[in-house]
Write a protein that binds this ligand. Structure first.
Ligand code: CTP
Length: 398
């Protein structure tokens, strides 16, 4: 049994929220309703109180909730947040991070999967501003059940009707499963760059921020896995609930990963391991006068390739490729050469995505040679897409 928050806003289709609530309950889940103030003009909280068996939340500051910061406390407890019906106004508020009532404040605190089912007049739905808000939310990993066509309350025919409640509930239950789909599984993730010392003050490295690997680790934890994150030097904070192993050089990363690989059900090498290291790093800082005009560099060992050679049946190995022209053929070749199950190729040559950016777009190619390009997504949303692909592949293995 999970706890679900059902956000309800002031669309005429609000009556269908009662059915959605009931369906989730039939599946054995507890539902906490959150209404906006405008929604209470259509259906007063008393009806939702009676249906849910819990006091409906409307106000941000409420005596009953004074014991704690209620929106944060509730956000931590839930396995799914559904907003159905969602008005154009709430989409705009979520997209902007505007937090002026309980529901919009709650949205910012939620870590669980979020599912939104919009309902509004067709002109409002297709308005570029609304579509822009939807796109921004999708980029952040929010899932949607799009409105359907048909007769609208305003008398018009068109897109904008709340989707079938059964569809909304079915999608919600799928998202809820994500919360435990990796339960009992051990996951090893690498992230960040490595630093190869030239002397005690200088090093060779790359622009990786570690964000992608950290999001992959966070998503695995969220799905119930026991996660070890081996990370090179980064400035971002690790997600909660996972074991973090900090390394500096490619050699250290290899040692840390090799030690843990045999226990891992899934290993994701998201680190941007330096391809070269110095043949003989100096023990003391090299003086300018002593600097040579060329440096002796040697290849670092390919950690991923080594893992591919050791991989046992049942283990899943995911590699990354930092391509400047994401070529599926190159990905297929790497899958074979390194014995991978999945390769995530991202185009690091484009501004605003890939290295050091918050957004990413990738081509996922699996061991059967199937390739697909994702939309431009936040790294958090891309992490969920990658795990869906990994879980899909693991399902086929059985
Ligand atoms: N990798 C590794 N050990 C290295 C270098 C890379 O394990 N010494 C891993 C990375 O973590 C990543 C994948 O291998 O998962 C990247 O493979 P690579 O062949 O380096 O791909 P590209 O970055 O695309 O490099 P290139 O363009 O040189 O092929």
């Amino acid at each position: 049994m999970a706890k679900i928050s059902l956000g309800v806003t002031s669309s005429v289709s609000i009556y269908k929220a009662c059915e959605i609530l009931r369906e989730f309950q039939k599946e054995g889940h507890e539902v906490q309703v959150i209404e906006t103030k405008n929604a209470t003009a259509l259906i007063p909280p008393a009806l939702f109180n009676a249906l849910s068996g819990r006091r409906t939340i409307v106000e941000l500051f409420d005596d009953q909730n004074a014991w704690s910061v209620a929106h944060v406390a509730l956000a931590k407890e839930i396995g799914l947040f559904v907003v159905a019906p969602a008005t154009a106004n709430i989409l705009a508020k979520f997209a902007q991070g505007l937090a002026d009532d309980f529901l919009s404040t709650f949205y910012l605190a939620v870590q669980a999967p979020i599912l939104i089912a919009p309902a509004m007049n067709e002109a409002m739905w297709i308005h570029p501003q609304t579509q822009d808000n939807v796109r921004r939310l999708r980029e952040r990993g929010v899932e949607f059940v799009d409105p359907a066509g048909g007769y609208l309350a305003c008398g018009d025919e068109g897109m904008g009707r709340l989707a079938d409640p059964n569809l909304i509930v079915a999608r919600g239950l799928e998202l809820l499963c994500r919360g435990s789909s990796l339960q009992g599984k051990k996951v090893l993730v690498t992230a960040g760059p490595t630093r190869e010392a030239m002397d005690p003050v200088r090093y060779l490295s790359n622009r990786s921020s570690g964000k992608m690997g950290f999001e992959i680790a966070r998503e695995a934890r969220r799905r119930g896995a026991e996660v070890v994150l081996v990370t090179g030097p980064v400035t971002i904070a690790p997600p909660p609930g996972i074991e973090v192993v900090r390394v500096v050089s490619a050699a250290e990363m290899k040692a840390a990963v090799d030690k843990r690989f045999s226990k891992a059900d899934v290993t994701v090498m998201a680190a941007a391991v330096a391809d070269f290291t110095f043949a003989a790093p100096a023990v003391r800082k090299i003086k300018k006068e002593g600097l040579k005009t060329s440096l002796d560099i040697v290849r670092t060992p390919d950690i991923l390739k080594g893992l591919g050679e050791r991989k046992r049946p049942g283990q899943t190995l995911v590699g990354f490729a930092a391509e400047t022209n994401a070529a599926a053929a190159a990905a297929r070749k790497k899958i074979r050469e390194k014995n991978l199950d999945l390769i995530v190729a991202n185009d690091v040559s484009r501004e605003g995505i890939g290295f050091d950016a918050d957004a990413n777009q990738a081509v996922l190619t699996d061991r059967r040679g199937r390739s697909r390009k994702t939309d431009v997504l936040s790294k958090r949303a891309l992490a969920a897409v990658i795990w869906d692909a990994v879980e899909g592949l693991r399902g086929q293995k059985k």
